[in-house]
Design a protein around this ligand. Structure first.
Ligand code: NAD
Ligand code: DAU
Length: 352
């Protein structure tokens, strides 16, 4: 069995070892962690990052990292083709990723998530390169709180927001390119990530930086919504395993079995870990169309490829991962401070 995350190496050689990867969106949260983790666990891998550096991208996320950063748009067919030609494989993270923004202005989500993915697929089709598409659990819609089921690879798509609808569209494009053109592609659908370098518009870093900034943490609505939280390194280790040994044309669900934890519990845990009373937060306006519960069944990934998360629910991994994440934001105020006022002003406009 493959030793994911142990001694910083996989037990078997990665397909990408010594190969050149094109990583789209590699200056964003998960992409930058992916680049860092891959260079640590798979030394010898050459990485080119293609990133537009939108509000969500930050070149300093790659500071000190031995990777080439090309600033550009995945919708730019000429640029994309030139980079795909040079790469052995493409790992596609670039997206507009925040649900609340997609409710304010859906257009960039259609452009990047749909047209950008289409542009990449066409470039990959012309060259026959290996492609991995990073997607989300949100394509499946949501589950009721009392629904015992979890999402699997065969759950029908039922997206709720403009963000999740555009991600669903991009998944469908990948599947169609596999079937129609024999594209050598895999897809992963992962649940909510947390960890360092996450933009502070997102739930966990927003609350951490609220507390560090002397502001009151903000919980949307009742807070009874459930997200199946996973540490970003566990997600990225799974992606590399799929890239290495995943069956072409297949989809893999990635999740760390945290589907019993609701937002109220998470915000209370953050308050407690940061030395506040567990109820030192306020309820704010709910998100329109707010998905209730996501829950992931990652049996296929575990049984077929031997993946196991390091931050599991069984050993209180979420508490451990959150404590590390809090320390990262405490130590990196210069990274988030310039963003804080603008993020909070935008939330305030929405009553959040
Ligand atoms: P992010 O918003 O932090 O980063 C997105 C990156 O893509 C940024 O660096 C941005 O500059 C870049 N980008 C945006 N539009 C671009 C364009 N047109 N051309 C080139 N680059 C562009 O997002 P994230 O949270 O790191 O998510 C990365 C991927 O993982 C997304 O595809 C998302 O759907 C998926 N995902 C995210 C989560 C999560 O919890 N954050 C969970 C599952 C899947
Ligand atoms: O499930 C995977 C998805 O997780 C990814 O596909 C998305 O790219 C990523 O943004 C994330 O989507 P969510 O909408 O679930 O994440 P967000 O961090 O925005 O919110 C998490 C939960 O916390 C959600 O139920 C809304 C709630 N929330 C959010 C914020 C920003 C709050 O209660 N307060 C807040 O301030």
């Amino acid at each position: 069995m493959c030793q994911v995350g142990q001694a910083g190496r996989f037990g078997l050689p990665l397909e990408s070892n010594g190969m050149e990867l094109l990583v789209t969106g590699g200056a964003g949260f998960i992409g930058a962690n992916y680049v860092r983790r891959t260079l640590e666990t798979q030394p010898g891998t050459e990485i080119m990052v293609l990133d537009k550096l939108t509000y969500a991208g930050n070149a300093t996320n790659l500071a000190g990292v031995d990777a080439e950063l090309v600033v550009g748009d995945i919708c730019d067919a000429g640029l994309v083709q030139g980079l795909v030609d040079k790469a052995d494989a493409v790992v596609h993270f670039a997206a507009e990723s925040h649900n609340d923004n997609s409710l304010d202005n859906p257009r960039p989500f259609v452009d990047t998530n749909v047209m950008g993915t289409f542009t990449l697929l066409e470039a990959v089709r012309r060259t026959g390169k290996r492609f991995h598409h990073v997607s989300t659990d949100e394509v499946f819609g949501d589950l009721a709180l009392d629904d015992p089921n979890r999402f699997t690879e065969t759950t029908p798509y039922n997206p709720s927001s403009p963000y999740s609808a555009t991600k669903a569209a991009s998944d469908h494009l990948v599947r169609a390119w596999v079937r129609s053109f024999g594209l050598r592609a895999t897809i992963s659908n992962c649940s909510n990530n947390y960890g360092p370098y996450q933009h502070i518009e997102k739930f966990i870093p927003r609350q951490i930086t609220n507390i560090l900034d002397g502001r009151t943490p903000k919980l949307y609505g009742t807070g009874l919504q459930v997200r199946d939280w996973i540490h970003v390194d566990d997600h990225n280790d799974a992606i590399n395993l799929i890239l290495e040994r995943g069956r072409l044309g297949e989809t893999y669900i990635i999740g760390a079995d945290n589907d019993h934890v609701n937002n109220l519990q998470v915000i209370r845990l953050i308050c407690t870990l940061m030395g506040l009373d567990e109820n030192a937060f306020e309820h704010v306006a709910d998100r329109p169309g707010h998905d209730m519960r996501y829950a992931m069944n990652s049996t296929k990934l575990r049984q077929e490829l031997g993946w196991e998360p390091r931050f599991t629910s069984a050993d209180d991994g979420m508490r451990r991962g959150l404590a590390e994440t809090i320390e990262w934001y405490r130590d990196n105020e210069a990274w988030w401070r310039p963003l804080k006022d603008a993020v909070e002003a935008k939330c305030a406009e929405r009553g959040q």
